[in-house]
Design a protein around this ligand. Structure first.
Ligand code: NAP
Ligand code: G4F
Length: 359
């Protein structure tokens, strides 16, 4: 058999369709898979007047990467993508993912985050039943937790429209898995961050503002303090790239199974602020109480951060602290980037962006 025919017959690149490609996880997963060299990635984005390609600029021109149009609110677009592309994997990272606004647009959140998952499952069932499906579940599904650390058996008791939308998606994935024998997984991802994180999330909001304040202090410029809501809330923060490795492992087992991915540590927002400023060489201290609590430059009166009621939520998830032991033991997964390293990399990235923008 001529080599070319042999190669075409026996070597076919895996095809992976990733939704939410312009977001943090979509871009990180695409980058991870493209590095393997034998995977073709289709990145799904919504048609929009001014799309932000920042997160995919590193690989947008990779020969194994293609942007495709689609909207999780629209069954026809998901159906035709699955029918035409015949993906081996559909990794669904598209979502209305900001918890804080989910009270403002609850039905839209339900439509994209739950309806979108059902649209993907239906498209797979109808047009490519052996396509493996990943649904990004959330620790926000757990709500006011019953025990710590939280594992995959923790009761689902969401406190936000976002959390409820992910909980409903969880049940739909299970129903489709059991009814149609699909390889479909809905894991619980605890918070994960990084340099591609959206600026509305608290970690990126902090590191971006820390960089601006550092620049202002170094150049004797005035600045507005960082404004935050509930600084007592605690999260289990990891690096998104570590999680993408875990997700890919979950997608390549003999049988589908839901896992927790987490760092197994918890830190408060207050702690994140302190570490971010310290890394930028602007050490400070929290003092005062309640709404009057402020973070000031050490032994000075300059206010770096303060509380603003506007950023409080109608209901809060106070404490998240994961237990990812089964993922570590059964998948051989473990996070490589510590909390300190995560904070440092995000601050360094925002310092570099800030200096570049101001120069
Ligand atoms: P992200 O940065 O907000 O990205 C979400 C992406 O979804 C955005 O690019 C957005 O597109 C896209 N999207 C929104 N509505 C859509 C629609 N109707 N059709 C198609 N795409 C749509 O979120 P992420 O942090 O990467 O999170 C990825 C997934 O993991 C989400 O499902 C999230 O809920 C889940 N999750 C995240 C975390 C975390 O800590 N990061 C933890 C648990 C679960 P635009 O760019 O057009 O807005
Ligand atoms: O960064 P956040 O907005 O993330 P949150 O609500 O934990 O949700 C993220 O993680 C979930 C997994 O648990 C994902 F499913 C979800 O998609 C998203 O990625 O807020 C973190 C904490 C909250 O307790 C919030 O009340 O920070 C508190 N916070 C205090 N001040 C603030 C602010 N959050 C934001 N975004 N902005 C503030 O000014």
């Amino acid at each position: 058999m001529p080599l070319q025919v042999y190669e075409e017959k026996y070597f076919r690149m895996k095809k992976v369709l990733i939704t939410g490609i312009l977001g943090q996880d979509g871009a990180n997963m695409a980058e991870l898979l493209l590095e393997q060299g034998d995977i073709h990635v289709y990145g799904m984005m919504r048609r929009s007047g001014s799309p932000n390609y920042t997160n995919i600029k590193q690989f947008r021109n990779n020969k194994n990467f293609e942007l495709v149009d689609g909207d999780l609110s629209d069954s026809a677009s998901i159906d035709s993508l699955v029918k035409e592309l015949q993906p081996d994997y559909l990794i669904n990272f598209g979502a209305n993912s900001f918890v804080g606004v989910s009270w403002d647009v609850p039905l839209s959140v339900l439509d994209v985050n739950t309806g979108g998952v059902v649209r993907c499952l239906e498209a797979i069932r109808k047009f490519k039943p052996d396509c493996r499906f990943y649904s990004a579940g959330s620790s926000e599904e757990l709500g006011n937790v019953d025990y710590s650390p939280q594992d995959i058996n923790h009761p689902i008791k969401p406190r936000s429209p976002y959390g409820a939308s992910k909980a409903a998606a969880r049940h739909m994935v299970k129903v489709y898995r059991e009814s149609y024998d699909l390889y479909a997984v809905h894991s619980i991802l605890f918070n994960h961050e990084g340099t591609r994180r959206g600026e509305e999330f608290v970690t990126r909001k902090i590191t971006k503002k820390v960089a601006e304040i550092k620049y202002a202090l170094d150049n004797n410029l005035s600045f507005e303090p960082l404004q935050l809501g509930n600084i007592d809330s605690k999260r289990d923060w990891s690096d998104s790239m570590d999680f993408m490795r875990g997700v890919w492992l979950m997608m390549n087992q003999d049988k589908p199974k839901d896992y927790v991915l987490s760092s197994n540590e918890t830190h408060s927002v207050r702690d994140f602020v302190q570490r971010a400023f310290t890394h930028a060489d602007v050490p400070g201290l929290w003092s005062g109480e309640g709404m009057n609590e402020k973070f000031r430059v050490f032994q000075e009166n300059t206010v770096l951060a303060e509380i603003n009621e506007k950023f409080y939520r109608p209901a809060e998830v106070d404490l998240l602290h994961g237990d990812s032991t089964p993922a570590r033991e059964e998948l051989g997964w473990k996070p490589e980037i510590s909390f300190d390293k995560l904070v440092e990399s995000m601050v360094d990235n925002d310092l570099a962006i800030c200096r570049k923008e101001k120069s």
